[in-house]
Design a protein around this ligand. Structure first.
Ligand code: NDP
Length: 397
């Protein structure tokens, strides 16, 4: 039994709050805190669980975090606000003695560059404090890391080629919208591509490499090679990997809008002066775009995210594909938000459960693939994310 503090009341925070409330035997007390308290109140009211307390917090400020955490005394913090707050929340956890979990790795606000080095640097401090920090425990990163660990444990002697494939075949009916925080999303998809091959990183232009890949229950979709954060930890923890890549589908409409946004400077994170006030164009754009947390109602179709792996078992080459499909409408009916938030929030709750029940133990800073994948995999279908496996198939890659 543990007290959990959820920070962030966007689409993902909403799902985490719903899911945590459904497991009272693990999460005895719940607080949902975010920059705008009314959003926390609205979520708590929709869930209807009187155990959910709410609070206003600016998680960029250590002192405010310490004040809140000294009052509530959480055993664990689930951080689903923005990656800019990762380090302040980790600091606060160390000071008050709480475990830490997030779904996106730290990036400095003034540089669109995410890397684990800032958070991995906390390993010894968490070790000394006897606390666990679990990084990147959404779907990708998160479940994709666990899928890889599960494949390595049960299906291969050595994994050699890993392709993480992420398809959103949904339709939200808007000309342009992002499925999670627009600022973080646009920073991510406009970066250069990068993949691991033969012991080194190879960089590509944004969206330079693409393939048609076939997704279960969806069909063929144009998929673009991108850099994604779990590649960094997976190549470190699975040194047998000869190649590791990440693919994501984008529609033509989305990419055209993105090109225009970039060409006119709206994706820029450099502050400009506008009518005497300093603004960041991308932050201004975020204020205009649809709120991803509110896309759910008219969202049709489904997501399909998985790992396609080639390796060796018993001296024979083998292929394996493990994936989950999630329908936007199913996610909306249960939690009031769409499948991208749902597939991120469910694993965050399960990761928190792993730590609080002691199934994932060990002081320090960890990525999900460093723990035993089995207890986590057992929980996925129980909380709305069933997984499917295919063996010895054409991986198309
Ligand atoms: P949203 O933008 O919908 O929600 C973010 C929430 O954080 C908002 O409630 C916002 O408050 C709050 N917030 C922002 N800054 C602060 C602050 N300084 N202090 C306190 N609260 C703050 O984002 P999503 O829910 O879509 O995404 C949440 C996180 O999940 C992101 O980090 C994203 O990168 C990650 N993610 C991970 C995925 C994975 O598979 N691993 C997939 C999808 C997302 P306000 O409402 O006032 O703006």
């Amino acid at each position: 039994m543990g007290k959990v503090l959820i920070i962030g009341a966007g689409g993902v925070g909403r799902v985490v709050a719903h899911k945590v409330a459904k497991v009272p035997e693990v999460f005895s007390e719940i607080m949902l805190a975010s920059r705008t308290k009314s959003k926390c109140d609205q979520i708590a009211q929709a869930i209807g669980d009187r155990r959910i307390q709410t609070a206003e917090i600016d998680a960029d400020h250590l002192e405010s975090l310490l004040h809140l955490m000294d009052t509530f005394k959480p055993d664990l913090v689930i951080h689903v606000a923005l990656p800019y707050q990762d380090l302040t929340i980790m600091e606060a956890c160390l000071k008050v003695g709480a475990h830490y979990l997030d779904t996106a790795n730290y990036e400095p606000p003034d540089e669109a560059k995410f890397e684990y080095k800032w958070q991995w640097a906390y390993h010894e401090r968490f070790q000394r404090a006897g606390l666990t920090a679990l990084l990147g425990c959404g779907f990708d990163p998160g479940v994709t890391n666990v899928f890889t660990a599960y494949a390595a444990k049960h299906h291969f002697d050595e994994i050699h080629y890993l392709d993480i494939v992420d398809c959103n075949a949904g339709d939200h009916g808007k000309p342009f919208a992002t499925n999670f925080n627009p600022e973080i999303n646009i920073r991510e998809v406009t970066q250069k591509g990068k993949y691991w091959e033969d012991g080194k990183w190879i960089e590509t232009e944004p969206h330079e490499i693409h393939r048609i890949l076939t997704y279960p229950n969806i069909g063929p979709r144009k998929s673009y090679l991108m850099y994604h954060e779990e590649l960094e930890s997976l190549v470190k923890h699975f040194p047998t990997l000869k190649r590791a890549r990440f693919w994501m589908t984008f529609g033509e409409e989305y990419l055209t809008h993105l090109r225009v946004i970039q060409n006119i400077g709206m994706a820029s994170i450099k502050p400009i002066l506008f009518e005497g006030k300093e603004i960041v164009p991308l932050k201004f754009l975020k204020a205009l775009l649809p709120n991803p947390a509110e896309l759910g109602e008219h969202y049709t179709g489904e997501t399909s995210i998985g790992c396609r792996i080639r390796g060796i078992k018993g001296g024979r080459e083998k292929t394996y594909y493990i994936y989950n499909n999630c329908k936007h409408q199913d996610a909306y009916r249960e939690t009031g938000t769409q499948a991208v938030s749902y597939t991120t929030g469910v694993p965050a709750m399960i990761g928190a459960m792993m730590i609080l029940t002691g199934k994932w133990k060990g002081p320090g800073v960890f990525n999900p693939e460093e723990f035993d994948p089995d207890p986590f995999m057992e929980q996925l279908p129980l909380h709305g994310l069933p997984c499917h496996e295919l063996y010895d198939i054409d991986l198309e890659l």
